[in-house]
Ligand binder design. Structure first.
Ligand SMILES: C[S@@+](CC[C@H](N)C(=O)[O-])C[C@H]1O[C@@H](n2cnc3c(N)ncnc32)[C@H](O)[C@@H]1O
Length: 239
């Protein structure tokens, strides 16, 4: 099982059991399904986007951002790795009377497909996809599925000097990788000082995130937010 699966599966099982509606409820934060963390950023970019374009959201979770865009006239395909998340997402969309094409899919292993999108959205998924090859796979999928004038709208967690990494976690400032202690040498585990760790998060500084996006064929149009993790990109013109 890949490092990004178990934590997310456990999270959505708990969400379902405890009647929560979206990821941030797990941390007792005061967001609601309709007032989700990157809503203000999304609202601020709407005037850059075509009024009723084709959207792909990956890592959609229970679907708050996908529903927000569908309710505004976008045709939305939304994918998540975890079946329990997609089951909840379908229910919440139906309750709101909005149509979103939800499916279970790993963004790191998307089949090559011809569908192209006006907008590809990431609402806090990318920081959970940690290793260089996995992040390159995600960004290649984004670049290949964006129309030439399309927009990649990304909200991701960043390095924060105020964040405290608890005892079971280890932050590598060179790479921005946060590792979590693992009880066994599972798939993807690495050994650091005789202890097994799994990749857990990638918390980059703003310049490193920008460099990564540009190295993967995405031109950064704007990078904003307190920690500069709200980004809009377009594909770099080829040739
Ligand atoms: C922090 S949660 C955010 C969920 C949702 N976008 C929201 O704002 O509530 C990150 C999401 O990314 C999903 N995810 C992680 N790795 C993924 C992958 N490789 N492919 C698709 N989804 C993934 C997780 O299952 C989880 O739903």
């Amino acid at each position: 099982m890949r490092y990004y699966y178990a934590e997310h599966q456990a999270a959505y099982r708990r969400l379902g059991r405890e009647g929560m509606t979206q990821w941030n409820d797990l941390f007792g934060e005061s967001w609601t399904f309709d007032d989700f963390p990157n809503r203000v950023f999304l609202e601020s970019v709407l005037d850059r986007l075509p009024a009723s374009g084709e959207v792909l959201e990956y890592g959609c979770g229970t679907g708050p951002a996908a529903c927000f865009l569908a309710a505004r006239g976008f045709r939305v395909d939304a994918i998540d790795l975890i079946p329990e998340a997609i089951t909840l997402a379908r229910r919440f969309a139906q309750e709101r009377g909005v149509t979103v094409n939800f499916s279970v899919q790993d963004v790191c292993a998307m089949p090559v497909g011809s569908k192209q999108y006006d907008v590809i959205l990431d609402s806090y998924c990318l920081q959970s996809i940690v290793t260089d090859p996995d992040r390159a796979a995600v960004l290649a999928a984004v670049r290949d599925r964006l129309k030439p004038n399309g927009h990649y709208v990304l909200s991701t967690a960043m390095y924060d000097s105020d964040r405290v990494y608890e005892d079971d976690f280890r932050y590598d400032a060179t790479t921005g990788i946060c590792y979590e202690r693992s009880t066994e040498p599972a798939d993807d585990a690495v050994q650091l000082d005789n202890t097994w760790y799994l990749p857990h998060r990638r918390h980059l500084r703003p310049k490193a995130l920008r460099a990564e996006l540009e190295a993967n064929g995405l031109q950064v149009l704007s990078q904003q937010g307190e920690l500069r993790g709200d980004v809009i990109c377009t594909p770099t013109r080829r040739g």
